[in-house]
Ligand binder design. Sequence first.
Ligand code: HEC
Length: 109
Amino acid sequence: MSRIRLFVVAAVVLAFALTAFSASKGDPSKGKFLFKQNCKTCHTKGAAGGELTPMSKSMEQWRAYFAKGTHNHGKEDLSKYMESNQLLDAKAFLVAHASDSLQPETCGK
Ligand code: HEC
């Protein structure tokens, strides 16, 4: 195999690896959309779940919450509301804007 070919193969492998890696970390902008669409329905002031924003928890608390993966005091799985890749996106968004993050955010109303 020529050197240039080897280089191209290595670049392609690297690109795939990076894509897989970023996918496993979740996409915060998708997560924001998903959180608004799937969680905010019940998580505003006066609604069934009460107000919930990224700032409701610290980065570590959000990580722990999604690691546990249960909802409503352990009564059900978080996966009831989103697919696992979507939960990764939501988690990425919530962690990125948690109370002790660099950009705390309330995610609107
Ligand atoms: C069908 C309504 C509903 C939806 C949709 C919903 N929740 Fe909840 N959530 C609740 C209720 C009810 C509680 C319990 C509130 C309480 O104890 O006062 C709760 C509690 C919580 C809590 C507090 C801790 C705990 O016990 O779980 C968190 C965090 C939470 N929800 C996150 C989410 C996230 C993230 C989503 C979207 C993936 C979501 N919720 C979607 C109704 C909902």
